[in-house]
Ligand binder design. Structure first.
Ligand code: ACO
Length: 189
């Protein structure tokens, strides 16, 4: 298993291979900002093993109940995720001014047998910390992970969201498919 620089979950160089100019043309960033540096002191990068100590859990808790995740639990889980090569593309936005994670999103790449052993992408856990909302960071992370799914050769990328977030994802190109949009669930907790 490759151990990437700075103990990141995946190899950061893949983000630099994306069509970042196209992405930048689709969002209104502040002057001088770019897709991977979307504002003064902001950087977009893979999740790092140290991120549980700089606010990643707090950001996730703005999405759902995270539970009591100790540093040890986070590190064990991070290592399990990294051992599943080419699967978990958890991506964060850090504010280097405060050394805090302020946004995140996951592209999960699922290996299928169908469609000639194709890959399917799923967007999960997209969150921007409340004081950073409305600055195009949510749009940036979704468009970046969507492009990453294409770069990784996924045949499609899907997501589940609350009704209130539908207009957000629709504005970024996601559509309900006719007769194929039933999110179904059995909850155990
Ligand atoms: C697949 C999943 O993970 S679903 C879970 C989604 N996450 C959450 O619900 C967690 C709580 N919410 C959030 O973290 C944020 O509100 C997000 C991620 C939904 C949006 O992040 P933001 O950084 O505020 O969005 P951003 O500034 O990029 O907005 C981009 C555009 O979408 C619009 N927008 C943002 N949220 C919504 C929404 N819920 N409905 C409609 N439009 C929206 C903005 O007005 C903006 O429009 P503009 O480009 O015309 O100015």
């Amino acid at each position: 298993m490759a151990i990437f620089q700075n103990d990141t979950l995946y190899d950061e160089s893949i983000l630099k291979r994306l069509d970042l100019k196209k992405l930048e043309s689709e969002i209104s960033l502040p002057p001088g900002a770019s897709a991977l540096a979307p504002g003064p002191g902001l950087v977009v990068r893979p999740l790092s093993i140290a991120d549980c100590t700089i606010g990643y859990i707090d950001v996730l808790s703005q999405l759902t109940d995270v539970g009591n995740v100790s540093e040890g639990m986070f590190i064990d889980t991070f290592k399990k995720m990294r051992a599943c090569a080419d699967t978990y593309y958890v991506t964060v936005i850090e504010d280097l001014n405060s050394n805090q994670i302020v946004g995140c999103g996951t592209l999960l790449v699922e290996q299928k047998i169908i469609h000639s052993c194709a890959l399917r992408g799923r967007l999960e856990d997209i969150v921007v910390s409340d004081e950073y909302r409305g600055k195009q960071l949510g749009k940036l992370i979704v468009l970046l992970l969507t492009q990453l799914a294409k770069e990784l050769n996924c045949y499609k990328v899907t997501l589940d969201c609350k009704d209130s977030n539908r207009p957000f994802y629709e504005s970024l190109g996601y559509k309900k498919e006719e007769s194929n949009s039933n999110f179904m669930v059995i909850r155990y907790r």
